[in-house]
Design a protein around this ligand. Structure first.
Ligand SMILES: *Cc1c(COP(=O)(O)O)cnc(C)c1O
Length: 371
């Protein structure tokens, strides 16, 4: 068997993003046991930093073992019991995934949709709430990675709470790229992932739950369907009791700890501004070069830009060339947008001026070669 190779790749796709060298170093930190007092210190520090980045005082703020989708399942399996009514907002792949997960929990799901590339209209959520009586939870994606749409949260949150429902937000691509502001936005349940704007490898899913969400979990009549994702038990390990539940992925917690430390060292406001500036520049450059952006103006994420490929170009061949000639990875379209768009991520450590320039130059070169 050949030894693994260190590939020189520039990760400008929809995740994973470039990992800071210090995060890779942190992953090589010698192991301690998952019940070692030193590890408890690292766990506490990680939780404290997660609260800062989420913008919350929520006690129940922990990284779940697994990727972003594990966080999604965590929110639904813990909050939903069979028969509960749930509104899921769908304007891309990840809204569709939430709907699938909610249905698997036995929820009766009402969909509120918008065309891919458009945000969800809060009035549509209001109408759905008025029409459907007792709704337990409304779920929405803040940063729809399949389209590049940024969903404003404040107004949606107010409508949801006026109707006495819980508000769940997918912040997988948002966290560490744009403000999530869990407490200010009245979010009851929020999950993210490590490999997008937090710039650590995939493997953990930060989750935070408000007091109302915790109460809703306490009031369950049935056991949480998933043993592995049962927050009641996991919170005992991450909380005061330190009771063994499953072996924590120790090296990944080290990685997240270092990634959060680097992020907070730069400062949240600086991090957001860096994402904003580089994302805006990329979008301006693409438009000046004649490309059409998918996401509606005013609702564009700085950390993920989707643009239409000119008709008649071979998406897969072009992306292969970009990888072979420049070592640059970008994403293609998902679902109905397959073959039609490219998705360029400027997430976390990948978001810098040099990468914008390098990508634009490489794109022009690849297109010239394929004229
Ligand atoms: C990437 C992503 C997920 C899923 O995360 P995985 O780490 O791939 O499991 C969920 N929601 C959004 C918005 C994402 O971008």
């Amino acid at each position: 068997m050949k030894q693994l190779q260190s590939m020189n790749r520039l990760l400008l796709g929809p995740g994973p993003s470039a990992v800071h060298p210090d995060v890779l170093k942190a992953m090589a930190t010698p192991l301690v046991g998952h019940l070692d007092p030193y590890f408890f210190e690292v766990m506490n520090g990680t939780r404290e930093m997660l609260r800062t980045v989420f913008g919350t005082k929520n006690e129940l703020t922990i990284p779940m073992s697994g990727t972003g989708s594990a966080g999604m399942e965590t929110v639904f399996v813990n909050l939903i019991e069979p028969g509960d009514k749930v509104i899921v907002c769908v304007n891309g792949v990840f809204g569709e995934r939430m709907k699938d997960v909610a249905e698997r929990c036995g929820a009766s799901v009402v969909e509120v949709t918008a065309p891919w590339g458009q945000p969800i209209d809060p009035d549509e959520i209001r109408k759905a709430l008025e029409k459907n009586g007792q709704v337990k939870l409304v779920a929405i994606v803040q940063a729809e990675t399949s389209t590049g749409v940024r969903q404003p949260l404040k107004e949606v949150s107010e409508i949801v709470h006026e109707h006495g429902a819980l508000f769940a937000v997918d912040s997988v691509t948002a966290l560490g790229g744009i403000p999530v502001d869990v407490d200010e936005n009245g979010i009851d349940a929020c999950y993210s992932g490590t490999q997008k704007c937090l710039s650590a490898p995939p493997g953990l899913s930060p989750v935070t739950m408000s007091d109302d969400a915790v109460q809703a979990i306490r009031k369950r009549k049935t056991k949480v369907q998933s043993w592995y994702l049962d927050l009641g038990m996991i919170a005992n390990y991450w909380g005061e009791d330190r009771f063994y539940h499953h072996t924590a992925p120790i090296s990944m917690v080290f990685a997240l700890h270092e990634a959060l430390r680097i992020l907070l060292n730069e400062g949240l406001e600086n991090v957001y501004k860096r994402h904003e500036d580089n994302g805006k520049l990329l979008q301006q450059e693409l438009q000046s070069a004649g490309f059409e952006l998918l996401a509606a103006e005013g609702y564009r994420l700085p950390q993920l830009t989707a643009f239409r490929l000119p008709q008649g170009l071979d998406d897969i061949r072009l992306r292969r060339e970009l990888l072979n000639l420049y070592g640059i990875e970008v994403g293609g379209g998902l679902g109905p947008l397959k073959g039609q768009i490219w998705r360029v991520g400027l997430m976390g450590h990948s978001s810098n001026l040099a990468n914008v320039r390098l990508f634009m130059g490489a794109l022009q070169d690849i297109l010239n070669r394929n004229k």
